[in-house]
Design a protein. Structure first.
Length: 308
């Protein structure tokens, strides 16, 4: 198996320097990393130097990387500027800073940039669904009505936002082609985010034979299954052949970004859909402990090497 990567989402905000970020990751035995979305240009330079010394490859970046200079590290988000925004100036900024991420990926000799594609700008009730589930109301009429209403609202409002993400991706695909970088369109957590399940297919059809592929976030897909929106396997069976990479993290209750083995996902389900070319990135958040991350690393490597 190609090297399993760890996202710096795990420890980036714990440290002020790239040397410290990479030093901790190197001690765990990882030989590949993905840079997450709250790193400044200066920290990225420090990461480049430290990773070079430790022979750790930077395989992918998560947009925006580096963060826009006017945004603080703690307030950075992958769609702080939305690629689907109806505000022309915001969308221009989103395209510009995504191009900057593509430039950075090229500079670091990474291969891919993971994108969030914005949202349909309506109040999102995903957290309300989660609350209903916690209260044991998943089979209630109230729960089913809320899902129906969410679907109706999204269908009525989505068109201009989806048209704008296609416009943004047209620009970014050409730019990525010039730089030799692949773009991964990530399935999302919130129901009103873009792309929906069907929109993933529309994007892939529109950009067939391009630099744009599917990026599977297993935690997000698992949450959708638990909410009764889609089966996790639907994503894999429908879009697995277009999959550029994966974000690997577990789900415990309704909390994602847990270490594999700390939740309920059977990660063996992904084995038929991966190849040597698939980017495999563990994307866990604090407060995941080092010992649990080490166990997860061994577990995932054994699965993808065909030993489990």
């Amino acid at each position: 198996m190609d090297d399993l990567a760890l996202s710096t989402a795990w420890n980036a905000l714990r440290w002020k320097s790239g040397k410290e970020i990479i030093g901790q990751i190197g001690q765990l035995g990882f030989k590949a990393i993905e840079l997450n979305f709250n790193l400044t240009s200066s920290i990225i330079e420090e990461i480049k130097e430290a990773a070079g010394k430790l022979r750790i490859k930077i395989v992918s970046l998560h947009n925006f990387c580096p963060i826009p200079p006017q945004i603080s590290r703690r307030h950075a988000l992958p769609d702080v500027y939305s690629l689907s925004s109806l505000d022309r100036e915001e969308r221009k900024k989103a395209i510009y800073y995504t191009q900057r991420s593509i430039d950075t990926a090229s500079y670091l000799k990474a291969k891919a940039v993971v994108l969030h594609c914005g949202r349909v700008n309506l109040p999102d009730y995903t957290r309300k669904l989660i609350t209903y589930c916690a209260l044991g109301l998943k089979k209630s009429l109230k729960y089913k009505r809320l899902i129906r209403e969410m679907v109706k609202q999204r269908q009525r409002a989505a068109r201009p936002y989806f048209e704008n993400i296609l416009r943004s991706l047209e620009v970014l695909d050409r730019y990525a082609e010039d730089k030799g970088i692949f773009l991964g369109i990530e399935n999302r957590f919130y129901f009103f985010e873009i792309p929906s399940f069907l929109e993933i297919g529309r994007i892939l059809k529109r950009f067939a034979n391009s630099r744009i592929f599917y990026w599977h976030d297993c935690g997000h897909a698992q949450i959708h299954e638990k909410l009764g929106l889609l089966k996790h396997s639907d994503f894999l069976q429908t879009y697995g052949k277009y999959m550029l990479g994966m974000h690997l993290h577990d789900v415990k209750g309704m909390d994602d970004h847990q270490a594999p083995l700390q939740g309920e996902i059977d990660f063996r389900m992904f084995y038929p859909y991966i190849s040597k070319k698939t980017f495999k990135v563990i994307e866990v958040h604090q407060p995941v402990k080092e010992r649990d991350l080490l166990k997860a690393k061994i577990y995932i490597e054994n699965i993808f090497d065909g030993r489990l």
